[in-house]
Ligand binder design. Structure first.
Ligand SMILES: Nc1ncnc2c1ncn2[C@@H]1O[C@H](COP(=O)(O)OP(=O)(O)O)[C@@H](O)[C@H]1O
Ligand SMILES: NC(=O)OP(=O)(O)O
Length: 314
């Protein structure tokens, strides 16, 4: 690895928590491994998920609209924008503080980021993206009948609402993000996969959906010509036969192995599958690009080649 890498870091749900109090506490811990990477001389661009938060915001607004006079329904793109502001606000302050604690003067900012999708993406006909809280079967059935939500069982962890998740095509604010990165700023972008929009002449029009943040992170990493995409989640490595007696943790996978494991169904849709697919997409987009899936706590060791699952072309 060369001395200074350009790294896009995608933060998973365990980095943020489920309430403002929890998030404010958790981001202090989240900032440490991020600042470790900055301190080691890398250029860091940060992306994050918003599944729990965008679901919470949308449900709260919808509940208020049904009960309190004068409170409007809040469309999904606006909920996505709110989640970027809410999460970015906490993250940028935590990173700023951690940098200052280490006597580092590096500007940090969140860019409200729109991600362009195809309004005819078949994903709009088939909601797959889990958002919001986890519910019991009974609660899920009630939300289906009361609110018309689509609910599915999420990787053995309970029932969650699902919404459409189109693939990211382009990032509307890419020149701004790139200019800030070139200036040495730490940029938080494509939060929650970006606000989904489609292009209509000169207009960008919001469309109800939640883009997968792992795919959006791979997209911005490609656009910025990053060296590394690091997807941080709750597990140190990716496994085959996950949770089974013959579970095997993987240190390195190439394109052929990744495609085989995907087709054999080793990665749960809505959780590990998009991570492996996004990692593979980035790693195979140009020779030399690498993707790493590991835990938040192990980010620094991971980039040093000591742990995590490295996804490479070959
Ligand atoms: N094959 C697998 N290997 C490792 N973890 C897996 C696998 N399949 C499913 N998982 C689960 O996927 C989780 C990561 O997905 P998720 O929690 O949805 O991501 P995020 O960190 O982006 O919120 C892991 O913590 C693990 O519980
Ligand atoms: N938008 C998104 O992918 O969020 P999560 O990572 O929280 O699922």
């Amino acid at each position: 690895m060369k001395m200074k890498d350009k790294i896009v870091v995608a933060l998973g749900g365990n980095a943020l928590g489920n309430s403002p109090e929890e998030q404010l506490k958790l981001v202090k811990g989240t900032a440490k491994p991020i600042v470790d990477l900055i301190e080691a001389g890398h250029e860091v661009i940060l992306a994050h998920g918003n599944g729990p938060q965008v679901g919470m915001i949308n449900l709260a607004m919808s509940t208020a609209a049904n009960s309190a006079a004068g409170t409007p329904e809040m469309p999904f793109p606006e909920c996505g924008a709110m989640s970027q502001g809410y999460i970015g606000y906490h993250l940028q302050n935590a990173i700023r503080e951690e940098l200052l604690n280490r006597n580092m003067q590096v500007p940090v900012a969140t860019v409200v980021t729109q991600v362009i999708v195809d309004r005819n993406d078949p994903a709009f006909q088939n909601p797959t993206k889990p958002i919001g809280a986890f519910y019991s079967k009974e609660e899920a059935d009630r939300l289906v009948s009361e609110k018309g939500y689509s609910m599915v069982e999420d990787a053995g962890r309970g029932y969650r609402r699902v919404v459409a998740s189109p693939k990211p095509i382009d990032v509307a604010e890419k020149e701004t993000v790139s200019a800030l990165v070139e200036k040495g700023h730490v940029v938080i972008t494509v939060g929650g996969g970006g606000i989904p929009v489609y292009q209509d002449g000169n207009s960008l029009v919001g469309i109800p959906a939640v883009i997968d943040k792992d795919f959006a992170s791979a997209k911005i990493a490609e656009i910025l010509d990053a060296d590394y995409l690091i997807i941080l989640t709750a597990v140190e490595k990716v496994a085959i036969n996950f949770g089974k007696p013959d579970e095997k943790w993987l240190s390195k996978i190439n394109q052929k192995e990744a495609e085989t494991y995907i087709s054999e169904g080793h990665f749960a849709p809505g959780s590990m599958l998009p991570k492996v697919e996004a990692a593979l997409k980035f790693a195979t987009s140009k020779p030399g690009r690498k993707a790493l899936i590991t835990s938040l706590e192990k980010a620094k060791e991971g980039i040093e080649g000591k742990t995590g699952t490295l996804v490479m072309l070959d």
